[in-house]
Design a protein around this ligand. Structure first.
Ligand SMILES: *[C@@H]1O[C@H](CO)[C@@H](O)[C@H](O)[C@H]1NC(C)=O
Ligand SMILES: *[C@@H]1O[C@H](CO)[C@@H](O)[C@H](O)[C@H]1NC(C)=O
Ligand SMILES: *[C@@H]1O[C@H](CO)[C@@H](O)[C@H](O)[C@H]1NC(C)=O
Length: 312
């Protein structure tokens, strides 16, 4: 049925092109939030804007994964038609010829949304746009950070783990050092469409070096963000480890704060309890050779990411 209609439109379009006519539907553009929270009281407004160049609207239809769930045909009475959308409802009062509001979403409604606009007779010119929407079930608790030691000597390698409860989709983990981002561990699930909640886990190996060691023979980048991408093609449990390795100059103040943040798109971000790590026998700053740019050079970072998975 849908296919037939599309083929008809295609033929119309072709005839129209041959005729050298003007389009009566222009600038169709879809606007869908990248992510929304699931649950009662949560909603998403999907919009499509278009320019019919003076021609009347024949219909606008909304689809989720090829299944129509909302139709607005101004010529019909009533103009609105809603089809069941399991796991959410359409808020009719807030839906019209340009937008549709869906409420109380379930994460299984994540996926591709499309709007299809058709101009009125005689040409019934049709165009369609799509955009992804993710319905998020956030983790229950804040991420948990464990650190192998709370004090360090220069030359030590400090190990830290950050783990996040199950969520949909699996959160990304960002490591912070004195509240600056130093690395990001990306959760990348090929089978997102099974809608399963998954946890996330990241391991950090932090080397605290003397300033001299740090400079000798090493090149380093400044404030770049490292990313760990697990192999996209192989399904792996979160426990499979990707170790983020990171080197820093021993800070002039003799202490630093380590933290991790779990994020899901732009709608969820939660920080672990930060952990302070202090130098065993702090030396006066003047002896370390660090100057007032000490804090700055702490941010000049050598980032080596070794993805165990990729190395294998
Ligand atoms: C609409 O489309 C025309 C060309 O098709 C373009 O020149 C114009 O900038 C567009 N307007 C908007 C608001 O996008
Ligand atoms: C981090 O996790 C690994 C693997 O589960 C474990 O062997 C190690 O002891 C943990 N380290 C810390 C500091 O919690
Ligand atoms: C994780 O980060 C990657 C890369 O920045 C991004 O494409 C992806 O959407 C993020 N995932 C989540 C759940 O925020």
């Amino acid at each position: 049925m849908l296919k037939m209609r599309r083929i008809c439109h295609l033929i119309f379009r072709l005839l129209f092109l041959l005729d050298g006519g003007v389009w009566s539907l222009r600038n169709l553009s879809i606007s869908v939030p990248r992510a929304v929270l699931s649950g009662e009281g949560q909603s998403a407004v999907l919009r499509c804007t278009y320019d019919l160049e003076g021609v009347a609207l024949y219909s606008i239809r909304w689809y989720r994964a090829q299944t129509e769930f909302y139709r607005y045909v101004p010529r019909e009475m009533p103009p609105t038609m809603v089809f069941p959308l399991p796991g959410a409802s359409v808020d009719l009062a807030a839906s019209d010829h340009q937008q549709v509001r869906i409420v109380n979403l379930n994460r299984r409604l994540s996926g591709e949304y499309q709007c299809e606009v058709t101009a009125d007779a005689p040409l019934f010119h049709t165009d369609i746009r799509a955009a992804p929407l993710t319905v998020v079930d956030p983790p229950f608790r804040a991420p948990r950070l464990s650190v192998s030691q709370r004090t360090y000597s220069r030359g030590d390698v400090i190990r830290a783990n950050c783990s996040v409860d199950e969520a949909y989709p699996a959160p990304n983990i960002t490591w912070t050092l004195d509240e600056h981002k130093i690395a990001e561990s990306v959760s990348w699930w090929t089978f997102e469409m099974d809608f399963k909640e998954r946890g996330a886990f990241s391991q950090l190996e932090l080397s605290v070096l003397e300033a001299e060691q740090y400079r000798v023979g090493l090149s380093y980048t400044s404030s770049s963000l490292a990313r760990v991408y697990p192999d996209h093609h192989v399904y792996r449990e979160p426990q499979d480890q990707d170790v983020v390795r990171y080197s820093m100059v021993a800070p002039a103040g003799g202490q630093f704060q380590l933290g991790c943040v779990a994020t899901i798109h732009d709608i969820y971000a939660r920080q672990s309890e930060p952990v302070w790590v202090r130098e065993d026998a702090p030396r006066p700053a003047s002896v370390t050779g660090e100057d007032s740019a000490g804090t700055k050079s702490r941010c000049s970072l050598l980032i080596i990411i070794i993805s165990a998975g990729l190395a294998l």
